[in-house]
Design a protein around this ligand. Sequence first.
Ligand SMILES: [Zn+2]
Ligand SMILES: [Zn+2]
Length: 244
Amino acid sequence: MANENDRAPTNPNQPTGDPEWGHSLNFNPGPKEVLHDFCGENDVAGGSCPNCKRPLTRLLSLHAKDPILNLDQNRFSVVHLVYCWRCSIPFGNFSYKIEKNGSIKILNLPPRQPDAEHGLEGPYDGYTGIFPNRQISLESIDADDQLKLRQYWQSTDAEVAIRDGLDEPRHQVGGYPFIYNPVKTDCPECGRDMPLFAAICNDACGNDTWRQTANETFVGNGGVQMIFHLCRKCSIVSAYSSSD
Ligand SMILES: [Zn+2]
Ligand SMILES: [Zn+2]
């Protein structure tokens, strides 16, 4: 059994999370919980896709006042997780800087691949790239799940795969989320390993990974996830997509 004293991870591509403990998204938050914004229109300064000239899809805005996030409030007020499924952004590492006021400055875009991109119409019929805002809170995942996810990450043998439904994409902040094809991510500014910040699955309105109604999903494909890393020193977010 894994425990707190385990050796360093053996899969170098799936980094430890910061926060180290995983949190799921609670779509029915209680009155005393710190609220975050899942989706909603993106009117963030600098938050437009330079390729598509349209607002990037706003997936999740995590507010730094939540102590769960370990964010330095002298540096961050909010961390917006944004993405684009119309252009080349899913084909590589996409990174941006978050200013203290929450505005975004795009740093890196993967090279254009016109034949492979979904284009302005998006990944499915009726795609808008904008999804209704829902307020969520962060809910600590079970100790048992945290342990299993950590064990999976520390294993070099896929056969030690975790069970009990944990081996599929889900929304998670921090910890060791299940990732189909983890990619080691270095900060484009300081070059250091970027800790994992969040994993976002296909569901644009809740926690149903395999939701079937396309326009309630980000991509229309439950086997796709978006993985976000954050360098807290440089205030840089780097994202990539992963799939089965
Ligand atoms: Zn785009
Ligand atoms: Zn950095």
